[in-house]
Design a protein around this ligand. Structure first.
Ligand code: DGL
Length: 283
């Protein structure tokens, strides 16, 4: 059950919905705002039920669908799943099975496809590393997208279950982060030393970037997923004026969370670098 959604007039447009299991999608939202400064955004973090990365396929799908429905009820006509785990485990089912019943004119887009598209132009060795949550790695979603788009690429995936908790508990600059980031990066490059491009396939990982840079071998490219997703959305909206027209343009952002709103505001400021106000909702 969600609280009654505030109806928005579709003829004056609606914000772009941005969904994440928690705070991580704020790293994507930052880039989306830079790329589309006029657009309004409505961010929803399911903080009360995060992390999603270790949850089952069925639960991630169920939670993500509830969030998408809620953002639709609030007027959004376009929702970005700014969470790799939700994109991996829920996006395809929502696009293929749910959207046709809910409203075929609305759109839900994810972060994996644009990232997989971008990686082909970057790698010279054609050996790609993926660092992500256990759920994203186990879903094989990146493997499937790369097999379709760039069959000459080999992907080596390694799950980093400690990285999200390190960020969530504000330990991304501490010695624990050094220990786990080095250990996981060593494991990845132990699988294939000639990896020259690494996908940071979790929206929390940009907050560990200084540590990650410290431990990856020289010359390795770290893909900035936020920029890739933002560029892909700009391109999508140019190709789909019928969706572009539905977006309201006041340059505003509103934040919704399923957890305590003060707690969200404090942590969100770490991700966005500015104070935010949030409203608590139930899904
Ligand atoms: N935001 C999620 C992702 O990008 C990670 C956090 C979680 O496990 O919920 O995969």
């Amino acid at each position: 059950m969600s609280e009654p959604a505030r109806p928005l007039e579709t003829n004056i447009g609606a914000p772009i919905g941005v969904f994440d299991s928690g705070y991580g999608g704020l790293t994507i939202l930052n880039r989306l705002r830079q790329a589309l400064p006029q657009a309004d955004f409505l961010y929803l973090g399911d903080n009360a039920r995060a992390p999603y990365g270790t949850r089952s396929f069925d639960l991630v799908y169920e939670f993500t669908l509830q969030a998408v429905r809620n953002l639709f009820e609030r007027g959004c006509r376009l929702v970005i799943l700014a969470c790799n785990t939700a994109s991996a485990k829920a996006l395809r089912s929502i696009q293929q099975n749910d959207l046709p019943h809910i409203d075929p004119s609305r759109r839900v887009l994810g972060v994996i496809r644009p990232t997989a598209e971008a990686v082909g132009a970057v790698s010279k060795t054609r050996r790609i590393g993926l660092l992500a949550t256990p759920g994203t790695v186990a879903s094989l979603s990146y493997n499937m997208e790369l097999a379709k788009l760039h069959p000459d690429l080999s992907l080596y995936g390694h799950a980093c279950p400690m990285w999200v908790p390190l960020v969530e508990y504000c330990e991304s600059e501490g010695p624990g982060a050094d220990y786990f980031v080095k250990k996981d990066i060593d494991t990845l490059f132990g699988m294939c030393p000639s990896i020259d491009t690494v996908i940071l396939g979790c929206t929390h990982y940009p907050l560990l970037l200084s540590k990650i840079r410290q431990y990856v071998p020289d010359g390795v490219t770290l893909l900035d997923q936020g920029s890739i997703v933002a560029a892909s959305l700009v391109d999508y909206l140019q190709r789909h004026p019928e969706i572009d027209r539905t977006i309201s343009r006041g340059g505003k952002v509103e934040y919704l969370t399923t957890e305590n709103s003060e707690k969200f505001a404090t942590m969100a400021a770490v991700f966005t670098g500015r104070p935010v106000e949030a409203t608590r909702i139930e899904l």
